[in-house]
Design a protein around this ligand. Structure first.
Ligand code: ATP
Ligand code: MG
Length: 563
């Protein structure tokens, strides 16, 4: 039974392993030739350093003989300069490649996230996504640009020295070879454990970062409840937790290094005893023994260095896995866009939706006619925002059908492309840091100055904006810091209205406005020609007088009523 479980786990690991390689390869492909070039330069550096050693030895020999030729000095100095230059090239090339590779991963993951299902992205804390896209992406890049080429170079060195040793003493070479499988097995076993620890380290880093980011973003709440001490202690606690895992990982990697180099030391002792035995029997000279031991040491050095690269390799895989997790979020459905003419209506039939087990919407059916103003009402937490998310395809209702249509018979099913003709003012403060102009133009990037002011007028913004010292170019902070809640809400309205969409959805978009401002806004919206269809989620009865019907959500069901 247990064996079966292990086998299953092994199978799963193997399948995931294949994915890792595929993923790593797809990201490495654009940089492959540059990495190979870097590797070749590194190999040539090894060659240069050997030549440099030979040249210095020659120079010393000449000095011993009392005669130094100027050619020898020139060669020596030349090699030194070339090595310095190559060193600089390697450093610069590595830094550039590292940066490009990391950015390449970030960009691709970012682009993927922008086109992924919204609900899937919501499962991750922003701090978590940030850690995966920065620290984990960096680990992968460092691994692929530094660690892997280093391993390949070491391997080449190892093979070359091994062949030389084999030619000189087959016995010792075989001896060295026998130690290798042991080393590899050990590295494999430790590697798996190390990977688990590395994932833990990254998880604690995520928790730490998310905590800092969230508490700084909500610093007002921390202060309001005099929770400064508690937050400070909590940060220390998170750091302790992180330290615990970092320490365990460090102990394991230092320990494994010790064991691996210890194994190689044992090999050295065996070689030493063997060679000493041969000397005592007069089979070899001291000179040959020195050569044997030097060569044996040369096999060991790259082997020990390879062992030291283990944590780097482990980092690549654990980081790749963590990035793959966010990349696994499915892409959202986007049908070919259609051009809607005039006002737009929507037909919803038998739509059900559940975030988890409990259905928020249960077999919901209703029609909204083109140009109609409908109020969506219902208790807090009943599913009003959820219904909008389904209509805009931010979440995909597994069951049912949603179709938009215009007065000329053009129809399209709900998908990400309906957002081209549906404008949305989300619940809560959704402004970006930057100028008010930037925020409004987000609705229509190529809008003219005139269009912008038209939208601002409709959203009753002109008066307060003209009073600001920098007017429309006033820079606001994150989530609209620097202006009032109602002003932020009106800018968000202008951002949606600038699109002149035939279908407008307002999720409590007038909740922070006084009745007079709300009246002006909805009045202007209703007077537009052609009149847009408008869904207004509201808790306020004042809004109802602008609507012809109300859509009431209760207990997962929807009822429509004329007003
Ligand atoms: N991302 C989510 N994941 C899981 N459950 C969610 C998510 N968003 C909302 N819910 C749940 O779905 C239910 C409906 O939420 P929704 O936001 O649609 O309510 P609402 O009617 O808009 O409420 P309010 O008037 O307070 O804005 C709630 O019980 C909420 O707990
Ligand atoms: Mg809501």
């Amino acid at each position: 039974m247990k064996l079966k479980k292990y086998y299953k786990k092994y199978k799963e690991d193997k399948a995931r392993g294949k994915d890792y390689f595929k993923w790593l390869f797809s990201y490495t492909k654009p940089y492959l030739w540059k990495i190979v070039l870097l590797m070749l330069i590194s190999v040539s550096m090894t060659y240069l350093s050997i030549q440099y050693a030979v040249a210095s030895q020659k120079l010393i020999d000449m000095a011993g003989g009392g005669q130094i030729t100027s050619k020898a000095i020139v060669v020596f100095v030349f090699l030194m300069v070339v090595m310095l230059v190559v060193h600089v090239i390697i450093d610069m090339f590595t830094a550039m490649l590292n940066e490009k590779y990391t950015f390449g991963i970030r960009k691709q993951v970012y682009d993927k996230l922008l086109h992924s299902e919204w609900l899937g992205t919501q499962r991750f804390h922003t701090g978590d996504m940030m850690t995966r896209m920065t620290s984990d992406a960096g680990n992968v890049a460092n691994g692929m640009v530094n660690v892997v080429p280093e391993i390949i170079v070491l391997f080449i060195q190892l093979v070359a020295v091994f062949i030389t040793l084999y030619i000189n003493s087959p016995f010792l070479a075989i001896c060295a070879l026998f130690l290798t499988p042991g080393g590899i097995l050990l590295a494999f076993l430790i590697g798996r454990k190390l990977k688990r620890l590395q994932i833990k380290v990254q998880e604690t880093e995520t928790a730490y970062r998310s905590f800092i980011q969230e508490s700084l973003a909500n610093i007002l709440v921390v202060k309001a409840f005099s929770n400064e001490e508690m937050f400070s202690d909590k940060l220390a606690e998170l750091r302790e937790n992180r330290f615990y895992w970092v320490w365990r990982k460090t102990k394991l990697s230092v320990g494994s290094n010790l064991v691996l180099s210890g194994t190689f030391q044992v090999g050295y002792v065996i070689a030493f005893i063997y060679a000493a035995g041969q000397i005592s029997r007069g089979e070899i000279t001291f000179g040959t023994m020195t050569l044997f031991l030097t060569l044996f040491g040369r096999v060991q050095a790259p082997m020990a260095a390879l062992a030291q690269q283990l944590p780097g390799v482990v980092s690549i895989f654990s980081a790749a896995g963590r990035i793959m997790d966010i990349q696994d979020i499915p892409l959202e459905n986007r049908l070919e866009s259609v051009e809607m003419k005039g006002a737009v209506g929507v037909e919803v039939s038998d739509v059900s939706f559940a975030y988890a087990k409990e259905e928020i919407l249960h077999d919901v059916s209703f029609d909204i006619k083109p140009g109609e103003f409908v109020a969506i009402i219902g208790k807090s937490g009943i599913g009003k925002t959820t219904l909008i998310r389904v209509l805009m395809n931010f979440i995909n209702a597994g069951k049912g059908n949603i179709e938009y249509f215009d007065e000329h018979g053009t129809r399209t099913k709900a998908s990400a492309s309906v957002r081209e003709f549906v404008s949305y003012v989300p619940q809560g403060n959704t402004l970006f840091s930057g100028s008010i102009r930037d925020n409004v133009l987000m609705g229509k990037l190529d809008a003219t100055e005139e269009e912008m002011w038209e939208a601002l007028d409709m959203a009753v913004c002109r008066e307060f904006i003209e009073k600001l010292p920098d007017g429309i170019d006033t820079v606001i902070g994150e989530k609209g810091v620097g202006i009032s809640e109602g002003q932020a809400q009106r800018i968000a309205l202008a951002r949606a209205l600038i699109r002149k969409s035939p279908f407008v959805i307002l999720d409590e978009a007038t909740s922070a406005l006084d009745e007079q401002t709300e009246f002006e806004l909805l009045q202007r919206l209703g007077e537009l020609s052609p009149k847009p269809t408008c869904l207004l989620i509201t808790h306020r009865t004042s809004v109802l007088k602008y609507c012809s019907r109300e859509l009431m959500i209760d207990n997962g069901y929807v009822t429509m009523q004329d007003l």
